[in-house]
Design a protein around this ligand. Structure first.
Ligand code: HEC
Ligand code: HEC
Ligand code: HEC
Ligand code: HEC
Ligand code: HEC
Length: 217
């Protein structure tokens, strides 16, 4: 057998393996910390100053998303509700409950609750909720089953590649406008036919969607 590796190759490989192992170990520790602090990772629930359960308030109590996220249909950004919105009910319901202590403290002090952001895209990307809501893109397509979540997590990566999957072929995802807030919506078997019809009906500009200037302006 010809000697392919020099005699010290074993030692090299051993050190490379140990080094690699250490590196993987470091990543295993560092990534979840990074995920929780700098950039919220997909699927990692984000803790909040008040444990506000979306599932209870939406699926069980039947409160519409727009009751709290009032600007989602009309503005680029969806708002998070003020303490006043909570107090509309919680000035009578569960008064004095420790789970609502943060809400009560905010109401008494007049200082807003400091909700932690779950989604936060880079500033060089332009995004507009109303453009999506009014063209038949459902909340659940981008945010998942919020109506089944207690703490919210990021369901999708929000990378450029992910945005483009739809911007290159919106007919794969677009639904009737009437279904945008339906969290349990399931696309029909003939989605591509329905989608193409809706893209035409809503005058969705398929040529402009994948262009750089749509999202970077
Ligand atoms: C009773 C008020 C209320 C209702 C109804 C409600 N939300 Fe929220 N939502 C909140 C509050 C408060 C927060 C901030 C705390 C949090 O993230 O859990 C929030 C946060 C969110 C976030 C994360 C925002 C971020 O930081 O990126 C999403 C997404 C969201 N809501 C979607 C929905 C959808 C979809 C519906 C309807 C199915 C809905 N919400 C209904 C109050 C509400
Ligand atoms: C339309 C009325 C309504 C609004 C608005 C509302 N809630 Fe509630 N909330 C309820 C009801 C009803 C319950 C359940 C009471 C029960 O089961 O005893 C509840 C329960 C809760 C609980 C206890 C959850 C648990 O697991 O026991 C928390 C915390 C809470 N709400 C926070 C909030 C916050 C924060 C807001 C504002 C962003 C808000 N609520 C807005 C009606 C409302
Ligand atoms: C096409 C994908 C998409 C759809 C559809 C969508 N969202 Fe979002 N949502 C996002 C992105 C992306 C962000 C982060 C925006 C940012 O960081 O500037 C976001 C952020 C949010 C926030 C945090 C506040 C903000 O605007 O940054 C809330 C609340 C929210 N969405 C609620 C909703 C609700 C309610 C619906 C349905 C009515 C909905 N979203 C539909 C992609 C979407
Ligand atoms: C599931 C499909 C889908 C996803 C995912 C999606 N979009 Fe869109 N987007 C659309 C549709 C449909 C329109 C409406 C096009 C029109 O009005 O002609 C649109 C429009 C836009 C517009 C134009 C708004 C305006 O006022 O002109 C911007 C900006 C945009 N999207 C950014 C994004 C970004 C950034 C992401 C990823 C974070 C994203 N979109 C993810 C389907 C999607
Ligand atoms: C549908 C929306 C959309 C379109 C269209 C789009 N981008 Fe992006 N772009 C994004 C988002 C979202 C990010 C942020 C990615 C992240 O944070 O991971 C991004 C990030 C970038 C970055 C930063 C580096 C990186 O890869 O993250 C560059 C450079 C870039 N885009 C260039 C372009 C160019 C050039 C085009 C046209 C060929 C384009 N983009 C079209 C949404 C878009």
């Amino acid at each position: 057998m010809p000697q392919i590796f020099p005699p010290n190759a074993n030692a090299f490989v051993r050190w490379a393996l140990i080094g690699g192992g250490l590196f993987v170990g470091l990543l295993a520790v560092a990534l979840p910390i990074y995920a929780r602090t700098v950039n919220n990772a997909v699927g990692v629930p984000v803790a909040q100053p008040v444990d506000f359960p979306h599932n209870l308030h939406t699926a069980q109590l039947g409160i519409d998303c727009r009751f709290c996220h009032t600007s989602v249909e009309v503005a680029a950004s969806a708002n998070v509700p003020a303490t006043e919105t909570c107090m509309g009910c919680h000035s009578q319901i569960r008064v004095g409950d420790p789970m609502l202590a943060g809400v009560a403290a905010s109401w008494d002090s007049g200082l807003p609750l400091e909700w932690n952001r779950v989604h936060d895209m880079a500033d060089y990307v332009y995004f507009d909720h109303s453009a999506h809501i009014n063209n038949g893109v459902g909340c659940s397509t981008c945010h998942g089953r919020v109506d089944q979540m207690t703490e919210i997590w990021k369901e999708e990566p929000l990378t450029m590649g992910w945005c483009l999957e739809c911007h290159r072929a919106p007919e794969r995802f677009v639904r009737p406008r009437s279904e945008v807030f339906n969290m349990a919506y399931v696309p029909p078997a003939d989605q591509l036919t329905l989608g193409a019809e809706l893209v035409a009906t809503y005058h969705i500009d398929s040529d402009a969607l994948p262009q750089c200037s749509t999202c970077h302006r």
